[in-house]
Write a protein that binds this ligand. Structure first.
Ligand code: GLY
Length: 398
């Protein structure tokens, strides 16, 4: 860990060293900015639990076309981003251009997928309708009852844990300072964010502060009321299985379905790990793995791919997605001068990492936010105070 000099001037202070904060730091450092990222454990956060699906098309929701454009822009950058990151860090990212198959288990699911396919076609997205037999030809481990599906050749995957480790190394090599500490308070002077006080008592002054603390972002002590909406935690439980060498390839691409109304996905990594996710629970900041969560994932995954019950189960875990009020990210300057948001990525944090980093680094280097980020301005929720009263002291956070 590189140390910053207490009291030294920093161009950009990033609060939160998950993949979003780290990627912004890496890109900003590449632009010549002096960057410090404060977090008690850099490279942690939601990416530790994420399956890492890069699925702007198969995860498309009606009415979310601006988010689709952002997701497509990020997906298009991913291969180059991962290659550059691997080169810069000397570490793998687990990026795998494997495509995704979304399947239907009954006739209701098939109708829903047909509608999604029609929506894809209206938007000019590349997705192909397959019969159940054609789905099983692509993925022979699928249940015989699969009724049909959509093949999306450009929805891929990356390994969130490897991505985070590579970003830590790339940041350090690019000269960004990763400071292991908790932020005790945002400092606001004359209605402008000017830095942070750390739990160690150190004070860090900065030209700009980027808030990238996921579902803790709005809880930053000192953040004036009305500047950032609540970023709520949405719990996801996930399972990791291991496919023994003799069984490979067990699955060749991401496989997903809606089972009993829940989104289910199986993400097979090149190294034999098979990730099954994820629950979606509004349980506050609780990250307990529950018997019910594990049971539902295994039951639903078994309906889809019966052979999973033969595989060793090697890990269960739970994480928190950061959801904004409209489930789209908060990107760019806030109503508080000097304070910039990069949070609220909800189900799409891994997918949106490259584009978030590029957009934020552009803004930090030039003062101009690219048009692609305009629909995601934090100002869409701002209650518009003109004089900023700091919020009362609260618990310190990363
Ligand atoms: N993007 C997958 C999830 O949030 O579960």
């Amino acid at each position: 860990m590189t140390r910053f000099k207490s009291g030294a001037r920093t161009d950009v202070l990033i609060v939160g060293g998950g993949i979003i904060g780290l990627a912004v730091a890496w890109r900003a450092a590449q632009r010549g900015l002096r960057v410090v990222v404060v977090d008690p454990a850099h490279g942690g956060g939601a990416a530790m639990v994420a399956a890492g699906m890069l699925a702007p098309v198969t995860e498309l929701q009606y009415g979310e076309e601006p988010l689709l454009r952002l997701g497509m822009a990020s997906n298009e950058r991913y291969a180059a981003f991962a290659a550059e990151l691997e080169e810069a860090s000397g570490l793998p990212t687990g990026y795998r251009a494997c495509g995704t198959l979304a399947v239907a288990l009954d006739s209701d699911d098939r109708e829903e997928l047909r509608e999604l396919h029609a929506f894809h076609r209206r938007l000019g997205l590349d997705s192909t309708w397959l019969t159940g037999r054609e789905c099983r030809r692509l993925e022979p481990m699928l249940a015989p009852g699969v009724r049909g599906g959509l093949h999306v050749a450009d929805d891929h995957q990356v390994d969130g844990r490897r991505l985070a480790a590579a970003l830590v190394a790339a940041c350090e090599r690019a000269g960004a300072v990763l400071h292991r500490a908790e932020v005790a308070e945002l400092l606001v002077t004359a209605d402008r964010a000017t830095g942070a006080r750390l739990s160690t008592g150190e004070r860090l002054d900065a030209e700009r502060v980027v808030l990238a603390a996921g579902p803790h972002s709005h809880l930053l002590p000192g953040l004036p009321a009305g500047v950032l909406p609540p970023v709520r935690p949405v719990k996801g439980q996930i399972l990791r299985l291991r496919v023994p060498a003799a069984y490979r390839p067990f699955l060749s691409r991401n496989v997903r379905a809606v089972v009993r109304g829940q989104h289910l996905y199986l993400v097979p990594r090149e190294d034999g790990e098979l990730v099954i996710g994820a629950t979606s629970e509004e349980q506050g900041y609780d990250t307990t793995v529950t018997a019910g969560g594990v049971y539902e994932l295994l039951r639903d995954a078994h309906d889809l791919v019966p052979g999973i019950t033969e595989l060793p189960l090697v890990e269960t875990s739970a994480g928190l997605r950061p959801g904004s009020p409209d489930n789209a990210p908060l990107l760019g300057p806030t109503a508080l001068p000097g304070l910039v948001a990069a949070t609220g990525h909800y189900r799409n944090g891994v997918l949106l990492t490259p584009v978030t980093a590029d957009l934020l680094a552009d803004y930090l280097a030039t003062g101009v936010l690219p048009d692609l980020a305009a629909p995601f301005s934090p100002g869409r929720f701002s209650t518009g105070p003109t004089s900023f009263e700091p919020s009362p002291p609260a618990k310190a956070l990363a």
